[in-house]
Design a protein around this ligand. Structure first.
Ligand code: URA
Length: 442
């Protein structure tokens, strides 16, 4: 293989064969295709795009760059969910134990916060003692015993992606649908699940805020996962405002626990349940969506969903008492009210802006090596369509970095558009894609 020829082929709009893509990734791992050559290739791919077969080949090669888990010794269907992320997105914390209580094995590898979006690993870190750095052996043993594990990608998973993602970050080549697809799927496919449900967000806090782009990403994820022999479905869900009321680490764990018991906050529940239905249907454990809903509701009513959360926390070294006593979660030493700057209806929330304000508060990181403040967060009591009065308390921010409070509170209020006309938020569940067609969710 002559590296520059492959780069030039892509640069000129040619289509690489699967063999060429395999060679390219193999050479990258041995050092025969340098970082600068990879950066040039990524830019060519960004500008020219990748075909469906190129994306599938790249995904396969990136997955094969590391270990691929074999879950065949664990009985039961294995299904995972991936979310494109957002602010207050604690769906995984509710979904994983819930669906596992229904008999689906959930090997969930998650990430840390990225940019303005929160990360499941950071939220789980708020549970005292909970470890997400599991070896493959330990993860498999937890999966076998508990039916669910929530962990960080082990170092052996998709090493090509780790290096390519860092290069993309440094070269302005992150926002490419084929590259995002290959990056996400190379890690997900390494888990060895039988199927995946993709929660693709749209709206002001989403990675792809515009619906057409979100739909393109959903199609790319599902088509590529299916080309790799996996079952897959994508659901487009709303991220035009923080999901639920809490956005932070400890406070989101608290809200997720509540949701597993009380089905509140409603938007969190109404986003999580259809995703759970998709997972249950993909698993083959139920024959219809109606049966899936019945089974899911039953596990909340009989407490088995919350029992599964306790079991998961215990299996991963955490303190399961947090489920019954959330005050054991990290508590913020300082709190500060967020006040409505004018009267009217909340018409829009610039959720990305409020997510960046939360990074300032310590919920997320500005640099990879930064520590997060597990106690920091926002409780926003009002949602789009709610009426507020000037001077009224509409929520609070909390954490250790008291000096950031005035700025963060200003940013949160600046992210709200308040006007005289009542508006409605985006549809929580917009549509679903199963690899053949889109259907609208009612
Ligand atoms: N998340 C990933 O893992 N990769 C991307 O490229 C974007 C989001």
């Amino acid at each position: 293989m002559i590296p520059y020829k492959l780069i030039a082929k892509k640069r000129d709009g040619g289509e690489l064969t699967a063999a060429e893509i395999n060679e390219l990734i193999a050479a990258y791992l041995t050092g025969d295709f340098s970082d600068s050559q990879m950066a040039a290739f990524l830019m060519a791919a960004f500008l020219r795009g990748l075909s469906t077969s190129e994306t599938a080949a790249l995904t396969r090669a990136m997955t094969a760059s590391g270990e691929v888990w074999d879950l065949s010794a664990i009985p039961g269907p294995k299904i995972d969910k991936h979310s494109t992320g957002g602010v207050g997105d604690k769906v995984s914390l509710v979904l994983a134990p819930w669906i596992s209580a229904c008999g689906v094995v959930v090997p969930m590898m998650s990430g840390r916060g990225l940019g303005h979006t929160g990360g499941t690993l950071d939220k789980l870190a708020a549970i005292p003692g909970f470890s997400t750095s599991l070896t493959k052996k330990r993860a498999l043993s937890i999966l076998k015993k508990t039916g669910v594990a929530m962990l960080a990608a082990t170092p052996g998973v998709a090493p090509a992606d780790r290096r390519m993602y860092a290069l993309r970050d440094a070269t302005g080549t992150v926002e490419s649908i084929p590259l995002i697809t290959a990056s996400i799927l190379s890690k997900k496919l390494a888990e060895g699940a039988d199927g995946y449900v993709f929660d693709v967000k749209y709206g002001s806090g989403a990675f792809m805020p515009e619906l057409p782009q979100a739909k393109k990403l959903a199609e790319s994820l599902v088509n590529t996962a299916q080309a790799a022999g996996k079952k897959a479905v994508a659901v487009i869900t709303a991220m035009d405002q923080p999901t639920g009321h809490a956005a932070g680490n400890a406070c989101e764990v608290r809200e997720a626990i509540d949701c597993l018991r009380t089905r509140e906050p409603q938007d969190l529940f109404l986003i999580t349940r259809p995703l759970a239905v998709e997972m249950l249907v993909l698993s083959g454990l139920v024959r219809s969506r109606e049966k899936a809903v019945d089974r899911l509701e039953q596990t909340i009513d009989d407490g088995s969903a919350v029992d599964k959360l306790r079991a998961l926390i215990k299996a991963q070294g955490g303190d399961p008492r947090v489920v019954d006593n959330p005050d054991l979660l990290p508590q913020a030493p300082y709190r500060h009210d967020v006040i409505a700057p004018k009267s009217g209806y909340i018409q829009r929330i610039d959720t990305r802006r409020s997510g960046w304000a939360l990074v300032e508060l310590g919920v997320g990181r500005k640099k990879v090596e930064d520590d997060v403040d597990l106690s920091a967060g926002l409780i926003l009591e009002k949602k789009i369509g709610d009426r507020v009065k000037k001077g009224e308390r509409i929520g609070e921010i909390m954490g250790q970095k008291r000096e950031t409070f005035p700025l963060v509170a200003d940013e949160i209020t600046a992210s709200l558009t308040i006007g005289s006309k009542k508006t409605t938020p985006l549809k929580l569940i917009h549509s679903r894609y199963d690899g053949r067609r889109w259907s609208v969710c009612h």
